[in-house]
Write a new protein. Structure first.
Length: 317
């Protein structure tokens, strides 16, 4: 854009209230969200959640579900090519249970971990069949407080990360903080806590997976990081990124809650294995059980300032 055109555009828009390009479609109901998507011949999926915070899955019996009316397929951990995903590192199984090649994927670590999925002709049939799956659990010790979890004798969540429950530890150091506090006229310090937060976006998790006209596995689902979603789906299915296509319809709210995987991998897995479109829409209850939450925090902060209001030292952890 030329300097002249850029100046004209700024003159016509800056400081003015302009209509959002997506406003009309959302107000009239014409905009399609993930739960609105349909395709001919599509199947429907329901997920069996762990419903317990920490346990080993000793066995899964899917025979009754597989024989139920309208059921096309039932998938468990043994059906996932690379049974792992995650943002910092691949710490979460796609499906928890025996039969996976990766150690530790037979353990559920929160109530929303996914244990099995049912694909059926209708949503009602899938919902009925998922209740027929029988799972035998061995409950394990639970740690639910972050401070307690860092103690040496705390129950271990992931044995493969070392000798503690600490996932990531970042250090940022700049200047001489002791010298700063020595020069400070005022020092304020305290401990602050925030609870776990449910993001409570209006649209629950929903999606439709299918094979597009170019033969790519496509997942249309609300999210926040298209490139990360694509990478995690491709990794779990043992495919190249180029084999996976991620499409975001209207999102319906996110607030950080859609950074993590929810239905994307299992939907794409089913569409790939069945070579048919597969759709899911979580209920509000399923959404609140199954998606990641904003973590509770414990913050200890110490601030030093001069009498004229200049902050000269900060120590926080």
């Amino acid at each position: 854009m030329s300097d002249e055109n850029q100046q004209m555009t700024s003159h016509n828009t800056v400081g003015k209230s302009l209509p959002r390009v997506d406003a009309r479609g959302k107000v009239t109901g014409e905009t399609a969200y993930s739960g609105d998507l349909v395709m001919p011949g599509m199947l429907h999926m329901k997920i069996l959640f762990a419903d317990r915070p920490h346990a080993r899955v000793k066995s899964i019996d899917t025979r009754q579900a597989e024989a139920a009316l309208g059921v096309v397929a039932v998938y468990t951990a043994k059906d996932v090519p690379v049974n792992e995903y995650g943002l910092q590192w691949q710490d979460q199984p796609v499906l928890c249970g025996p039969g996976s090649s990766k150690p530790g994927t037979d353990i559920v670590r929160f109530v929303g971990d996914q244990v099995a999925v049912v694909v059926a002709r209708t949503e009602v049939e899938a919902a009925a069949a998922v209740k027929l799956i029988r799972v035998e659990y061995q409950d394990l010790p639970v740690v639910s407080d972050p401070v307690e979890a860092m103690k040496p004798d705390a129950p271990r969540v992931h044995t493969e990360i070392g000798d503690s429950n600490i996932c990531v530890h970042y250090k940022i150091r700049k200047g001489n903080v002791e010298e700063g506090f020595a020069k400070a006229d005022v020092i304020v310090e305290g401990e602050y806590r925030t609870p776990v937060q449910e993001h409570a976006y209006l649209q629950p998790e929903a999606g439709l997976a299918y094979i597009d006209e170019e033969g790519r596995l496509t997942i249309a689902c609300g999210g926040q990081w298209t490139h990360e979603d694509r990478h995690q789906v491709a990794h779990a299915l043992g495919m190249a990124n180029e084999d996976i296509r991620v499409v975001y319809p209207a999102i319906g709210g996110a607030f950080g809650g859609r950074e993590d995987m929810s239905v994307q991998i299992v939907l794409t897995l089913a569409a790939w294995k069945l070579q048919k479109p597969v759709k899911i829409v979580w209920s509000r209850q399923e959404s609140m059980i199954g998606h990641g939450k904003r973590h509770a925090t414990v913050i200890r902060a110490k601030w030093g300032a001069t009498k004229d209001g200049k902050v000269i030292a900060i120590e926080t952890n």
